[in-house]
Design a protein around this ligand. Structure first.
Ligand code: ATP
Length: 304
């Protein structure tokens, strides 16, 4: 697999405190990588390092295959756009002037694509309106527009939907999906909104106490999300025979337990099985959310 970003045991110390501790992460090309972790886990620190706003204490990382220790890293970072914490907006300026400022900051010779970017984030009709009069959603979209200047291949967004109303959340979601699909931009997104993140992320990294404790592909994770009915029976052989006959998807878990992956009428199943000398002792609807999966991994919410 081709990785846009790879870290190798990176460490970041503040005094004696290790905010990042031998952290290893891998962002596949074209992914929307959801970075999940509780407050203080190290998400912002990690993002600030990758964006070049801070330096690692030890360890190494590569962006597009270029090491942070290489002289070429400065040039390579031009392929990375970021919106870290609050968007870097000049509130006394219009959307267009904010973008022009960014073109100057990154040293682009002309305002190529400026109107296209404004249109993309639907701020092309804001005219002389200054950013201070924008809604939170508009400000967030302007932040994204600024991050898009220079046509980045990797976009890093720290909590991009914080404080947004449902409409604003949907707009940002659709924008991210569009940029990923149409422009092939890889995303690193940190968010506390796991339900929302699960609507867009294709890959997840779970960070806890400065370490990535799990990286998992969306498809692998969805196996855990799959809704299923778990039943415990007295005669598993007969039960399997019945499910085979009915062509229902199932998985045997133990000598007396199996998961059925399709919608079933439990009473009908109980009656049908009882005719075959198989008693259903227990049944449970199962299926995890990203939140459950995450909480199980970090050992519940109170693992401090
Ligand atoms: P949140 O979700 O609350 O934003 P986070 O996962 O982004 O949290 P970080 O902001 O990266 O976490 O902080 C990681 C740890 O490093 C925290 O314990 C924090 O207090 C500490 N920390 C962050 N910045 C500094 C700093 N400049 N000096 C000292 N400690 C810091």
């Amino acid at each position: 697999m081709e990785y846009i970003l790879e870290t190798n045991n990176i460490e970041k110390k503040y005094g004696h405190f290790k905010a990042l501790n031998n952290l290893n992460m891998h962002i596949p090309k074209g992914a929307i990588y959801g970075l999940i972790g509780k407050n203080g886990a190290g998400k912002t620190t990690l993002i600030r390092l990758i964006c070049g706003l801070q330096k690692v204490t030890s360890g190494e990382y590569t962006i597009f295959g270029i090491s942070n220790n290489s002289r070429r890293i400065v040039e390579t970072r031009k392929r990375v756009g970021g919106m870290v914490e609050t968007p870097s907006i000049c509130t006394d300026m219009t959307a267009e002037d904010n973008l022009k400022e960014q073109y100057k900051i990154i040293g682009l010779p002309s305002y190529d694509n400026l109107q296209e970017i404004l249109k993309l984030v639907r701020l092309n009709n804001t005219g002389k309106k200054k950013a201070k009069h924008f809604s939170l959603g508009m400000k967030q979209r302007l932040g994204l527009a600024i991050a898009l200047v220079g046509n980045p291949d990797l976009l890093i967004l720290d909590e991009p939907i914080n404080g947004l109303d449902p409409e604003g959340i949907i707009e940002i979601r659709e924008l991210i999906l569009k940029l990923n699909k149409e422009k092939g931009i890889t995303f690193l997104i940190s968010s506390h909104y796991l339900d929302e993140l699960s609507k867009i992320a294709t890959f997840y990294g779970i960070i806890d106490k400065g370490k990535i404790i799990k990286e998992i592909d969306k498809n692998e994770l969805e196996q855990n999300f799959r809704k299923r009915t778990q039943i415990t029976v007295t005669n598993i052989k007969e039960c399997v025979k019945y499910l085979e006959e009915k062509e229902l998807a199932y998985k045997v878990i133990s000598d007396d337990t199996l998961d059925i992956y399709e919608k079933i009428n439990v009473s009908e199943l109980v009656i049908a099985l009882s005719k075959r000398n198989c008693i259903v002792n227990n049944f449970q609807e199962k299926g995890e959310s990203l939140e459950n999966y995450y909480l199980n991994l970090i050992g519940g919410a109170d693992n401090d």
